[in-house]
Each structure stands twice: as C-alpha cells, then as structure tokens.
Design a protein around this ligand. Structure first.
Ligand SMILES: Cc1ncc(COP(=O)(O)O)c(C=O)c1O
Length: 405
C-alpha cells in the first residue's frame, strides 16, 4: 500500500503545553477541541468580514460541536446547513444569527419545519425552486439557486469536485436556459456556487470568472452571491489579499452581498484525537502499532480523501527514527492511518496525539464493528479540560434497533 504519496500538513497547536498532566488520565480514544485555536481562526475570519463587508457562515457539515458556537458567533454571520437537522441546530445553538440551508433534494414532509428555521434556502434544481420556492417566498425567505460554473480546479480529486463531469450539484447554464422562466427567475434573491476543497484564492479567481461568463448577466438584479466553502482561509500562507480583492470586485461589479460558508477554515487545526497504542505487531519487517482509534470509524476522511494526518512527535512518511505503521482495531484490513517515523520507540499504552481532528470527525464518525464513539472534550483557554459528551454501549445500540432494554 502506498501511504507516502500525499502532502502532509504540519502539526499545529499544543505548543509549549504540559500534555502529560491533563491528557494522561483521559479515557481514549477522545477528541479534544482547542478553544484557543478556534479563537485564532475566528479572529482571522472576523478580520476578513470587517475589511470587506462580506458575511461568513459556519458550514456545520465540517464542524457542529455546538458547545463552541458561542465562542465562534461574534466572528460569524451565522450557520450553513445541509438539511433540516443542521438548520435546526444552527437556529437553536447560534441564537440571533442567520441560518442558511442548501440541500440537493428537499422533501415535502420536512419543508414546513425547515421554514421555521431557515432564513436563506438554496435549491439545487430549477424544478425544486418551482416546487418549493413560492411557499418559501410567501414565508419571507431569501431564495437562491446553486449554479454549476463547470470550472474544475481540483486535478484528480473528483469525489470532492462538484464541477466534475456529470455532477449532480448545481445548475449548468445549458440546463438553466432550458428550464428557467421569467416567473421562476423572479423568485430568486441570490446565486450560490460551491466548487472548491481546501483551496487557496488562486482557485477562486478562475471560478469567479466562469461564474461571470455563464451567469454574470443575472447578478446585477440579485441581492447576494454565495461563494460556498472550500476556502482554506485560516491556513498559514493563504492569499487573503487576493480573496479580499475578489470579494470587493463582486460587490462592486454586481452590487451583491457576498457570503462565504467555510467549514474547515473555521475549525482548522483546532482539535486533536487522543489514542493509545493497544498492541504492537510485526509483519515482513513492518512494525504496526494497533491503536484504540480507528481510521474507518473516527477519522473517515483519512481513508476517503485520502490523507495522512499530522501526529505530534512523528513525521508522516519519515525514514529517520522509529518507524511504525499506525492502524485501527477494526476488522478492515485497510483501517490504517499511515506510516510514521517517531522520535521515540512506541510501547503498549503510549499516548499518540493526532492533529487537525476537529473537522469532519466528530460529525462524521460511526460505530462500525461496535467501536465506541470517542468522547468530546473542550480544552479551555486556561488549559483545563472539560468533558462535553459521554458515549457508551447505548449510543451503539440505539442506532440499530428498538429500545427494548
Ligand atoms: C455547499 C457547501 N458549502 C460549504 C461546504 C464546506 O466546505 P469546507 O469545509 O471545505 O470549507 C461544503 C462542503 O462540502 C459544501 O458542500
């Protein structure tokens, strides 16, 4: 298996902290969300919003640990949801802020309740805009349509590319011309595009040009343009000046309010997954450390993207030091985090700390093989750890059948 082909981000966070004292007693696996790091991200986003007048939403699909919404709320205009439940969570937990929703397929039976929570509703097809739009408009909602500018900026990454050929996401100009009519166009307050994934603003530039070429003629009569997510704004080295220029250009040219809805950027490098070495085995000269955390269950993007997460005190794909393949305890042969060179030899019971584990983890994990769900902890700015959840056998069981206990 080739685990060494990907770029590996650096471990960020926990600098200068005494880890042994607070982390040693934690039952593993455990997610720890770092408030100080969330605060740093929030300040970068708030600064961007202040300088440009754009509005920034938290895409809850990436991070929806709502205990941290009060910390993030002052930096954000609100939340973005993928459907009814996230919309409700945003309404309940980020009080007084905007709730936006985009779903590729709204359902009749959910729509009346969705109207209670959402301020902006973005449709994925002209058909759904016609089906639900008049009701939503009558309820005072701001309506949008997701467009597909057919501008791929992600080489060889089709699973995360909404502009890949045959994509179901967003209306192409050809379909717009075939299906749109003046009365339906009248319903629209804005357009939405989401085409990026972990990208810099250099990828946004050609995307906006494609949006202008294909849909620019409609924008002057609209109120807003949502640039979607995938902007890695809080990553070191991100080109913020270019992003600001692009936002300002859209505001000036079309007179629209600009929204961004990043998920990753809000909680980038703001969480850790703590795990312990359960066993050490060897095969063909490869030392394998079997952890109590699973790639498949607790960090599924490691296998889906795929990518190598940063680990404190270890180099991903490194050749110097003590070499281990880190793997999970499930039955899946490919439940492997990757190959790492550690500064020290590993022993059974050792703590291993994986970085950048706040995003697409706690909201995406599963109990395959009856794996326990890791508890979620808050690392307070004072250094104190506070437990937010306690999961056990009941969560595993409740998802599988009737509550007969
Ligand atoms: C419509 C939409 N908005 C926002 C996001 C958030 O993207 P990211 O977490 O990469 O910033 C996504 C991610 O898939 C998305 O599909």
């Amino acid at each position: 298996m080739g685990f060494l082909t990907m770029d590996v981000p650096a471990f960020v966070g926990l600098a200068g902290r005494d880890l042994e004292t607070p982390f040693a007693p934690l039952h593993t696996p455990a997610y720890v969300i770092d408030k100080a790091r969330l605060q740093v991200n929030g300040e970068i986003l708030a600064h961007l919003a202040r300088r440009t007048g754009c509005k920034i939403l938290l895409a809850q699909k990436a991070f929806s640990n709502y205990d941290f919404y009060p910390l993030l709320a002052p930096s954000l205009a609100g939340t973005e949801a993928s459907g009814l439940y996230e919309a409700r969570l945003g309404r309940e937990e980020m009080r007084g802020k905007e709730v936006h929703v985009f779903c590729a397929g709204y359902r009749e039976e959910e729509f009346p309740e969705l109207l209670e929570y959402a301020d902006h509703i973005v449709f994925n097809s002209v058909h759904q805009l016609k089906q639900f739009g008049p009701r939503a408009k009558a309820a005072g909602k701001s309506l949008g349509l997701r467009i597909n500018p057919e501008c791929s900026t992600q080489e060889g990454h089709a699973i995360y590319d909404p502009c890949a050929p045959g994509s179901r996401l967003g209306v192409t100009r050809t379909v717009w011309d075939r299906e749109m009519d003046p009365a339906t166009l009248e319903l629209l307050d804005g357009l939405h595009f989401h085409t990026l994934c972990e990208q810099d603003s250099d990828a946004l530039e050609p995307t906006l040009a494609a949006v202008e070429e294909k849909f620019g003629e409609f924008l002057p009569r609209l109120k807003w343009l949502n640039f979607g997510g995938g902007h890695h704004i809080t990553r070191t080295g991100y080109d913020l000046d270019r992003l600001e220029r692009l936002i300002t250009a859209a505001q000036t040219k079309w007179g629209v309010e600009v929204y961004l809805e990043p998920g990753e950027a809000v909680a980038l490098n703001a969480g850790y997954l703590l795990t312990r070495v359960g066993d050490l085995v060897e095969n063909g000269g490869i030392q394998v450390a079997i952890l109590d955390a699973s790639a498949a269950c607790h960090m599924p993007d490691v296998l889906e993207m795929p990518y190598l997460p940063p680990i404190l005190g270890a180099e991903a794909g490194g050749k110097e030091g003590y070499l281990y393949r880190l793997a999970g305890p499930t039955c899946l042969a490919g439940d492997v985090v990757g190959d790492y060179a550690f500064e020290h030899p590993l022993s059974r019971g050792d703590l291993v700390i994986l970085g950048d584990m706040a995003i697409y983890t706690t909201c995406k994990n599963n109990t395959f093989n009856g794996m326990p769900l890791p508890d979620v902890w808050s690392l307070e700015e004072s250094g104190v750890l506070r437990r937010l959840t306690r999961f056990g056998y009941h969560e595993f069981r409740r998802r599988l059948g009737s509550p007969r206990l």
